[in-house]
Design a protein around this ligand. Structure first.
Ligand code: HEM
Length: 430
């Protein structure tokens, strides 16, 4: 593995893929140095045109926002820090990709509010409470499948299929299409990890093809749902009519892709990081196991803080302004490093301690308060809670038994594979 010295802020390069291949602890050390010495450090952009003919020429660079208070400030002021100027990725999206990838998350008001209203009810705490039994059924079935094995790849057998199945069910996609969604969302969210590409693939072209495949799914599903409406999110998207206006085909496509990808990667990564943390901190695991329902109230958010599955989101400055004493010009890009905010020592006592009873826990794993705060936060919390509870009850000695294989990505703090072991037990429903 490439070694990147991280103690000296001049040696840190957040645009270098080698940085994101470092173990989490080393990356955290680098962020601690940035928070202390250069909390709004400037970085050159990676030159993605070297990797893809679709990428625009290298842009003007970005500021890395690493302190909790600054990320809160930026997220609260979408009129100054826009999500739609170009995109929420480092590069402005190439024309070809806008149709598929410039959804809800890369819009500002009034368009953002209009789009968010269409699906917000489906993700409200009440609606999510209604599907908890279903989440428990899916988790129980997945555990039953591996219960007798004594070991498995935790990510591919347990964490990934749970979030995949739940979001596909909410969208109304039949099981026969789940593999397609899994494959395409891996390509889209991993932003070029080689495991998900064929040798020689252009990463942006691969993302585009994955987008086409998902839109093909959407086209088939929406044709069926127009004839047979159901209580699912796809029906809500295709039948919506706000102030006499339906969603345009591009809005529909990007919404569908966003919901499938955002709901998939992040939750699976939280659950996988959760197992690693519980393995490395047996005292915390014992607390959780002794009182699964009580500890989950604080433990789930501590897992999300610890994992910080989304590394960053971008905003673009709309007007000259000053942030923490640094002058920013209209057009500047700022990246909000959530994992750094989540270890900010001015907000969290002992930020590098995994404490399942941490309260209060104002982490920014789901984003900071503001219009783009994670739509799926309630759903994600419930999935993490149910899966960890079921695991600790059904396979009480389950633990990570080897090094996690990291997803080498700038944007997702992901785990692709994680060996785990447990004492084999009989399935509840053979
Ligand atoms: C632990 C799991 C999850 C984490 C850590 C996470 C994290 C995030 C973050 C950091 C943002 C951006 C916030 C901002 O820009 O201010 C976001 C937005 C979003 N998330 Fe999640 N997310 C998770 C699960 C989910 C799930 C299960 C869904 C289900 C569909 C989902 C759907 C979305 C959507 C649609 C947005 C865009 C919201 C908007 O722009 O209005 N997320 N999430």
């Amino acid at each position: 593995m490439t070694h990147v010295p991280t103690s000296n802020v001049d040696d840190i390069d957040l645009s270098d893929m080698a940085f994101w291949a470092l173990p989490l602890a080393e990356r955290q050390q680098a962020f601690a140095a940035l928070r202390a010495e250069r909390p709004l450090a400037y970085f050159e952009e990676p030159d993605l045109s070297l990797e893809s003919h679709l990428a625009p020429p290298k842009g003007r660079g970005y500021r890395a926002v690493t302190r909790h208070a600054d990320i809160v400030e930026v997220s609260r002021h979408p009129e100054i820090y826009s999500s739609s100027k170009g995109a929420i990725t480092i590069i402005d999206l190439p024309e070809e990709m806008i149709e598929f990838f410039a959804g809800l998350i890369s819009t500002d008001n009034p368009r953002h509010a209009r789009l968010r209203r269409i699906v917000s009810a489906a993700f409200s705490p009440r609606r999510i409470d209604d599907i908890v039994t279903h989440i428990e059924d899916v988790a129980g079935r997945l555990i039953d499948r591996v219960a007798g094995w004594g070991e498995c790849d935790f990510v591919t057998e347990l964490a990934a299929p749970l979030s995949l199945e739940i979001i596909c069910d909410m969208m109304g996609l039949p099981p026969s299409e789940h593999d397609t969604v899994f494959r395409c969302s891996n390509v889209i969210a991993s932003s070029g990890d080689h495991e998900y590409l064929e040798p020689g693939d252009d990463p942006l072209e691969a993302m585009l093809s994955a987008g086409y495949e998902l839109v093909d799914l959407l086209t088939r599903l929406s044709a069926f749902r127009r004839e047979h409406p159901a209580d699912d999110v796809t029906t809500a998207l295709i039948t919506t009519n706000i102030d006499g206006e339906a969603l345009t085909p591009a809005e529909l496509a990007s919404f569908f892709i966003l919901l499938l990808t955002a709901g998939n990667e992040t939750t699976r990564n939280s659950i996988s990081h959760g197992l690693v943390a519980l393995t490395e901190h047996p005292d915390q695991r014992a607390l959780w196991q002794a009182d699964p329902a009580g500890v989950a109230l604080t433990g789930v958010d501590e897992v999300v803080r610890w994992a910080s599955p989304v590394n960053w989101m971008r905003r673009t400055v709309t007007t000259d302004t000053v942030l923490s004493g640094v002058e920013l010009r209209a057009g500047d890009k700022v990246l909000l490093f959530y994992g750094s905010a989540n270890r900010d020592e001015s907000v969290f006592d002992d930020p590098n301690t995994f404490d399942v009873r941490r309260s209060p826990n104002p982490h920014l794993g789901f984003g900071a308060p503001g219009p783009h705060f994670c739509l799926g936060a309630h759903l994600a919390r419930r999935e993490i809670e149910v899966m960890l509870r079921e695991l600790l009850v059904r396979l009480p000695d389950i633990e990570a038994s080897g090094e996690p294989v990291q997803n080498v990505s700038r944007i997702v703090n992901g785990i692709k594979h994680l060996p785990c072991t447990f004492t084999p037990v009989a399935p509840r429903r053979p």
